[in-house]
Design a protein around this ligand. Structure first.
Ligand code: DHB
Length: 466
């Protein structure tokens, strides 16, 4: 663990898009005493320079500044600490730059992920490494808080996709004893790891129920369409990868789809009006209407903002007095299109990012859902139930032994097909039911992406911190 020296910093100035930020950078801080991976178990901390001169930035001071904690995990692979700069997806200033400009302290941790090895043939980044690392980083922040501006009771995590799932786990699982043995083994600081708020873009979460949720939604589509990255002589290239599901995959789709109503009904969720959210055995019912209502709301907002939704491609939208009032769910899912063949997450081919996430030291890929493990004729292919539990925020939201964050912002693009819409809808509903303040929406026109609305994200942060 790096012993924090507040005088050991780089003073930096950065200009972008007409804006200049001045900050102190503390880089490569190892946040555990017994690191398993010195490259990824490190954090960079950036602090607005003004706080060392008794000045305020916007609505904050050195004592009140929120601590913004973005992770860079994608695909459940390892992620390095983020730097201020330009977001290569949006071509705009990135979240670290924008957060510093607004007076937040930024704590940017790295985290281990699937695929890492120790050089001796053992895998070191499988579950729960990524979430344990982020918790250790929060504990380190509290450990050094005397020497650091920022309010450690205002830690706000942010991430996209697998990183969004980790942000949700950070929000849900504060101080849970389940993670303690792993934190102890790494020599994490003896501090709390609960956080104030979680910002989650398209969280690829609830993995042990993601296949049934996906087939509930996409069972009518047997053709799949995705982009894959391939290395060519000219560098990485995006290429369309389309195909038809095999008979066996269609059979798996049919079988896991049947499991979803039982899971959903067992959650005993309620919608905004207090009505039970349920599904019949065909997958129809109030939960489906509830999911549809978020797509309809997204279309309504887009129409209000002047988007032309009258084209034939949007004929799945119903209108009333010039306002979108409903959608045809099956035609909407056909419009969005299936991205992944069944089983989308816990594949029988055992080759998804999630199968690798649930591997162990010696076995690279394992199952994490009952259906796939039962069907697989090989032995010892299922991950331990405690590890599966520890990777799903749903297990901690109503768990009295975990401190769940009060504030949540969840975004999932209205045409993001990486996971079922049911996944973020269930997460948001469960949080609301437990009294959390949840800002949830499906932004129109967005697929699988994050950090595309930083202005709104930081208005939300200012609102919850104000
Ligand atoms: C990510 C995307 C996926 O489709 C998935 O299954 C897991 C992770 C990602 O972009 O992080």
């Amino acid at each position: 663990m790096t012993s924090f020296d507040k005088n050991n910093f780089q003073k930096e100035t950065m200009t972008g898009q007409g804006m200049t930020i001045r900050f102190r950078a503390y880089r490569n801080l190892c946040y555990v005493a017994a690191p398993a991976d010195e490259k990824y178990q490190t954090m960079n901390i950036y602090v607005p320079e003004a706080y060392y001169h008794g000045q305020a930035v916007g609505m904050y001071t050195a004592a009140s500044a929120p601590v913004f904690m973005p992770n860079t995990v994608g695909g459940y692979m390892p992620g390095l600490p983020e730097e201020p700069g330009v977001n290569r997806h949006t071509n705009k200033l990135n979240a670290v730059f924008e957060a510093l400009a607004r007076g937040y302290v930024v704590a940017a941790p790295g985290a281990r992920g699937r695929g890492l090895t120790d050089g001796k043939g053992s895998y070191t980044g499988n579950a729960p490494a990524c979430i344990v690392d982020l918790k250790a980083a929060v504990r380190y922040l509290r450990h050094i808080s005397e020497d650091l501006p920022g309010d450690m009771e205002k830690i706000i995590t942010n991430g996209t996709s697998a990183g969004g799932a980790l942000s949700a786990l950070m929000g849900a699982t504060g101080n849970s004893a389940d993670y303690e043995p792993y934190l102890k083994a790494l020599g994490a600081a003896d501090e709390r790891d609960d956080i104030f708020a979680a910002s989650c873009y398209c969280p690829i979460t609830n993995l042990d129920h993601a296949d049934m949720a996906y087939e509930w939604m996409y069972h009518n589509q047997h053709d799949f369409h995705r982009m894959i990255f391939q290395m060519t002589d000219e560098g990485p290239e995006r290429r369309a990868y389309d195909g038809m599901m095999t008979e066996e995959q269609i059979e798996d789709s049919r079988e896991v789809r049947k499991l979803f109503p039982g899971y959903l009904n067992g959650l005993e969720l309620k919608g905004g009006d207090g009505r039970r959210l349920s599904l019949d055995e065909n997958g129809d019912g109030s939960f489906k209407e509830y999911v549809k209502s978020f797509v309809t709301a997204s279309a309504r907002k887009a129409a209000e903002n002047g988007e032309d939704l009258t084209g034939e491609e949007y004929s799945w939208i119903s209108w009333k007095e010039g306002v979108p009032c409903d959608i045809d769910f099956d035609r909407y899912t056909a419009y969005a299109g299936r991205m992944k063949a069944a089983l989308a997450f816990d594949s029988m081919e055992m080759n998804t990012p999630e199968n690798e996430l649930f591997g162990n030291e010696k076995i690279q890929y394992r199952h994490f859902s009952e259906y796939s493990a039962m069907k697989d004729v090989r032995e010892n292919t299922l991950a331990e139930s405690l590890i599966i539990k520890m990777m799903n925020p749903m297990n901690y939201i109503d768990n009295e032994k975990a401190r769940t964050a009060q504030f949540w912002r969840i975004r999932h693009g209205a045409v993001d097909r990486d996971t079922s819409l049911a996944v973020p809808v269930i997460l948001a509903a469960k949080l609301r039911e437990q009294g959390c303040d949840v800002d949830f929406a499906l932004p129109w026109g967005y697929g699988h992406a994050g950090d595309y609305d930083l202005e709104e994200l930081f208005l939300w942060v200012d609102r919850i911190c104000g």
